[in-house]
Design a protein around this ligand. Structure first.
Ligand code: ZN
Length: 108
């Protein structure tokens, strides 16, 4: 199927003259999910690129570290892991690789 057609949502609507017509609307993108635990992210609107452009920057994603990428629990986990690594409580071999990616991002 044509990629542009796939994005269209078909709706059956009654016109003022009484006949039914097929109305096509653009589908909304999927809800944003956490990159680590796949939980749906709160405070990230389901808007198209054009819809997002109309919002202010603070309405597009939470204004915290990894806002719009990781959920609050995972962000806390990453920050805790970073602190434990810095203080020498744990070493890098015990940290999962998926988590290590975000710990390294936080250091930079
Ligand atoms: Zn998460």
């Amino acid at each position: 199927m044509n990629r542009s057609r796939y994005r269209m949502k078909k709706l059956s609507r009654r016109t003022p003259s009484g006949r039914t017509a097929l109305l096509t609307k653009n589908k909304k993108p999927k809800q944003a999910h956490c990159a680590l635990c796949r939980k749906p992210l709160a405070a990230v609107p389901r808007e198209s690129r054009a819809g997002m452009a109309k919002l202010s920057a603070t309405q597009r994603r939470p204004q915290r570290t990894f806002g719009g990428v990781l959920c609050g629990n995972c962000t806390a986990h990453v920050i805790k892991t970073r602190t434990r690594l810095q203080s020498g409580v744990t070493d890098e071999t015990t940290v999962p690789l998926t988590l290590m990616k975000y710990v390294k991002m936080l250091k930079a």
